[in-house]
Design a protein around this ligand. Structure first.
Ligand code: FMN
Length: 340
């Protein structure tokens, strides 16, 4: 129904307006008694062989919702009914910020892709903390970043603030230094600032009685020398793993009219590049740290290829927009079939 009816209708309108309209519609739908149960029955698959234990957390299935879809944790309980094994909120910054001027989100229909330059629009970390206090039984990743006005030299304070604020209400953390839409943010991926940042968060974590896994989310545009550095940093700082990858600044092979828009590209054109990054990491790591694969999972086959490449868990964003919740179910079914 999503591909034949809902998507053609939704895709007639402005992507950002439709994003928020969909949120309101899903919220409203859930006010009808038993709708949550009906949706769960339609989309959720429960099976022991889908369960995964990764960085000490038991996931009901390996298919997660990637960061950026529900930045402010407004819809986590409802989205959980569509069959996700976990949901990543954020990127959240200490202070609320509006993000870049609109229009800043573009569908590239012919390419099955999205370009976004949202720029970490979010209501600030404390607003999400408040909402997360009433979360249901669901695994939540907290993706954290810095405010646009914070210079890179002070970025560490922003990440530390968001980390402390979210600590009791999320299950794992993601340090986002790989968005192309905050000026100079990606410079924090360089060896020295990144080592300082991750070591500081590790120190804060070590002071807790119940430390949480900390992951780093990387760009798909890193060259092999940079990837080697990243592997080195993960192993030196002993953080818990990587999320590969964020959106790309590459524009190779696109045909849609919005192809020249500035921002990060996601979806089908990213599939291969992101799988290659995962393969590279898995081949070159010496400690066997986990990797969450994200980037261009548009079909169940794409998901299986990410797992074949060595991913421990996977996440979707653009595939969910283009193919709806049926994609989550078809991935989980394909994993079950492969496990037989
Ligand atoms: C509109 C949009 C907003 C995004 N916002 C964030 C974000 O705030 N933080 C982040 O780490 N990734 C963000 N992402 C990146 C996704 O989490 C994901 O890494 C990327 O889109 C590749 O996956 P996909 O091809 O399945 O979409 C965003 C992606 C899109 C399309």
């Amino acid at each position: 129904m999503y591909n034949s009816l809902i998507k053609p209708l939704l895709f007639q309108f402005d992507p950002e307006k439709i994003h928020y309209f969909s949120f309101k519609s899903i919220k409203l739908l859930h006010k009808i008694p038993f709708v949550d149960q009906l949706i769960r029955k339609q989309f959720c698959i429960h099976s022991k062989s889908l369960e995964r234990e990764v960085f000490g957390i038991k996931f009901p299935n390996p298919v997660g919702l990637a960061a950026g879809f529900d930045k402010d944790a407004k819809l986590i309980n409802e989205l959980n009914n569509f069959g996700f094994g976990f949901i990543e909120i954020g990127t959240l910054t200490p202070k609320p910020q509006a993000g870049n001027p609109k229009k800043r989100l573009f569908r590239l229909i012919e390419d099955e892709a999205i370009i976004n330059r949202m720029g970490f629009n979010n209501e600030g970390v404390m607003a999400a903390v408040k909402r997360l206090k009433s979360k249901g039984e669901i695994i939540i990743g907290g993706n954290i970043g810095k405010n646009k006005v914070t210079p890179n030299a002070e970025a560490i304070n922003d990440y530390a603030y968001a980390f402390e604020a979210l600590f009791e209400v999320v299950d794992y953390f993601v340090v986002n230094v790989s968005s192309p839409n905050t000026p100079n943010l990606r410079e924090l991926q360089d060896k020295r600032p990144l080592t300082n940042l991750l070591s500081h968060l590790k120190e804060l974590n070590a002071k807790k009685s119940n430390p949480k896994p900390i992951l780093l989310k990387i760009a798909p545009d890193l060259n092999t020398a940079q990837l080697i550095d990243i592997i080195d940093i993960v192993e030196q700082t002993e953080i818990d793993g990587l999320i590969a990858t964020n959106t790309t600044i590459s524009r190779d092979g696109l045909q849609s009219k919005h192809k020249a828009e500035a921002g990060g590209l996601s979806g089908k054109p990213l599939t291969k590049r992101s799988t290659e990054a995962i393969k590279f990491i898995k081949e070159h790591q010496t400690a066997r740290f986990p990797v969450i694969a994200v980037g261009g999972i548009m079909t169940a086959q794409d998901a299986l290829e990410k797992l074949e490449a060595g991913a421990d868990l996977i996440q979707l964003y653009t595939g969910f927009v283009f193919h709806g919740p049926k994609l989550i179910k078809s991935i989980n079914k394909a994993i079950l079939k492969r496990n037989k």
